[in-house]
Ligand binder design. Structure first.
Ligand SMILES: C[S@@+](CC[C@H](N)C(=O)[O-])C[C@H]1O[C@@H](n2cnc3c(N)ncnc32)[C@H](O)[C@@H]1O
Length: 221
C-alpha cells in the first residue's frame, strides 16, 4: 500500500517517543554485537572520544562508557535519552556519557575533528531519504578526525521486510509503524566514496531476523 506522509521523519519521531515510553529499555541492557566489535576497533585505533548516532536508550553507549571511552550519545527521542541518562547515573557512568537530543536531518552541533570514532547501529536505515543519508555521512566526515573510524549498521534489501508493508518510496517500507530504508549494496559503496571501506559484514539480529550489514570505513589521514 502506498503511504501518504508529508513529514515521515516527524511522524517517526513521535512513534519512537511513544515506543520508548511504552517499552522502556526495549533493546535490553546488553550491548549489541556490532557495539562490541566497534569498541574493539576503536580501541585498536587508539580512540578516546566516541560519538553514537541513534543511541536510543543506550545499551551500546553505556558499553562504550564501561570500556573507558568518553561518549556523546545522540538521538531524536528525548524519552530514549532520559532512560540512557538514568541508567548511566545508576551505573556510575554519568561522567563519561553526554546526551545530545538531535535529529540527524540537521547539522551536528559538534566541532570538526572532535570524535575519534563514530558508531550508528540501525540509524542510517531509519526514515531518511537517500539524499539525507548522504548528508548524515558528510556530517560524520566533518566531526571525525582524520584517520578516524565510522562503524554503522543498516538493514538491507535481503531483509524479509524489504518490498512489503506500507510503501514510502526510495526503498523505505513501514511495518508496525516503523519505517525502514532498506539499503542496496550500491548505497553502501556510494557512502564510502572518499573513505577507506574496510569491511562489509553481513549478520542477523532479533527474531525476524533483521538482516543487516555492519560497515567499517575509515577517513584517510
Ligand atoms: C532501530 S533504533 C536503534 C537504537 C539503538 N541504536 C540500539 O540499537 O539500541 C533507531 C534509533 O534511531 C533514532 N532515530 C530515528 N530517526 C532519527 C533521526 N532522524 N535523528 C536522530 N535519531 C533518530 C530512534 O529514536 C531510535 O532510537
Amino acid at each position: 500500500m502506498q503511504a501518504d506522509s508529508p513529514d515521515l521523519a516527524a511522524a517517526q519521531r513521535a512513534h519512537w517517543q511513544r515506543t520508548y515510553d511504552a517499552h522502556p529499555a526495549m533493546y535490553g541492557q546488553e550491548p549489541s554485537a556490532p557495539a562490541r566489535y566497534a569498541a574493539a576497533a576503536f580501541r585498536a585505533a587508539g580512540a578516546r572520544d566516541v560519538l553514537e548516532l541513534g543511541a536510543g536508550h543506550g545499551r551500546d553507549a553505556l558499553h562504550f562508557a564501561r570500556e573507558g571511552f568518553a561518549v556523546r550519545a545522540a538521538d531524536f527521542s528525548a524519552s530514549g535519552l532520559a532512560q540512557l541518562r538514568r541508567t548511566a547515573v545508576a551505573q556510575g557512568l554519568a561522567e563519561r556519557v553526554t546526551c545530545l537530543a538531535h535529529d540527524v536531518r540537521t547539522p551536528l552541533p559538534l566541532p570538526d575533528s572532535s570524535a575519534d570514532g563514530v558508531f550508528a547501529h540501525m540509524l542510517l536505515c531509519m526514515a531518511l531519504s537517500t539524499a539525507e543519508i548522504h548528508t548524515v555521512v558528510d556530517e560524520v566526515r566533518h566531526v571525525l578526525r582524520p584517520g578516524g573510524t565510522f562503524v554503522y549498521t543498516v538493514r538491507h534489501t535481503g531483509d524479509a521486510h524489504y518490498g512489503s508493508g506500507l510503501v514510502h518510496g526510495d526503498d523505505i517500507y513501514e511495518h508496525d509503524g516503523f519505517a525502514v530504508h532498506f539499503f542496496p549494496r550500491r548505497l553502501v559503496d556510494a557512502l564510502a566514496d572518499g573513505w577507506q571501506l574496510e569491511e562489509v559484514h553481513a549478520f542477523e539480529e532479533g527474531d525476524l531476523p533483521r538482516r543487516l550489514w555492519r560497515v567499517t570505513q575509515r577517513l584517510p589521514q
